[in-house]
Structures are given as C-alpha cells and as structure tokens.
Design a protein around this ligand. Sequence first.
Ligand code: CMP
Length: 140
Amino acid sequence: AIERTLSIIKPDAVAKNVIGQIYSRFENAGLKIVAAKMLHLSKEKAGGFYAEHKERPFFADLVGFMTSGPVVVQVLEGENAVALNRELMGATNPKEADAGTIRADFAESIDANAVHGSDSTTSAAREVAYFFAEDEICPR
Ligand code: CMP
C-alpha cells in the first residue's frame, strides 16, 4: 500500500552537510518527499516527539542531542514507505547497521545516528501530524 512516514535528518547529519546525500537515498529508492522543513527543536518540542521514551535512561541525552542543532524533517510517501525507510536507515545502533545503509555510512553512535524514521504506520500518522499541518503536505 502507498504509505507516508515521518523522517528526521538529525543534528549530526545536518552538521556533516549530507542532507542532499540522504535525500538522494530516499529518491533513488522511489520515495517521494511530499513535505519538508528545517527546524531547531526546543526541549519541549523534542521531548513531546519522543514522549514514549520519557522513562528510558537515555531520554535526557536524546533530547539534549536533538536540540543541539538544526534538523530537517520530511514526510516520505511511497509503496511500503515505513518499512522501506527503515531498511534504508539500517539498525538504530550504527555499529549494527548493514553496509550501505544511511546509518552505516553517516552515523557515529546510537545517539548521533543520523536519521529517525517512524516504526509503524500508527506512529507515522502521529509523527507526521506532530510536525506538519495537512496543508503543508503536497502529495504528487
Ligand atoms: P530514534 O529512531 O530517533 O528513536 C529514539 C532514539 O533514541 C534512537 O533513534 C536513538 O538515537 C536514541 N537512543 C539512545 N540510546 C538508545 C537505546 N539504548 N535504545 C534505543 N534508542 C536509543
């Protein structure tokens, strides 16, 4: 089915100047960028996004990292977009990510892991709505 998924290029990848290289991975895999914006997240915005991790020991570091510099947030659309984007990203820990994935090629650590992608269509619906109004999404 055609799905939408929420993708974030994290501060480490923006600082490395690889936004375009990551966009090319999405496009070459057949995903369409149907919404996009650059943002410097506040602690409130980042903490709300990761609310499901609030009790985890890494929550404070995660929010600190995600607010350390600008991010680029986009909605990807295409066949099987949620799982396809997760394949392109590779494992959460870049040390475990398959060769040729975004995290294997651009990420340094489990916190500075270059990208976020929704883990299910249910999360995707919540995460897309967290960052984009309906009129900011341009299906094509
Ligand atoms: P992301 O897919 O953005 O979702 C939550 C983030 O928490 C994850 O990527 C990692 O960058 C970060 N994180 C840090 N430590 C852990 C951990 N032990 N398990 C899972 N995620 C972690």
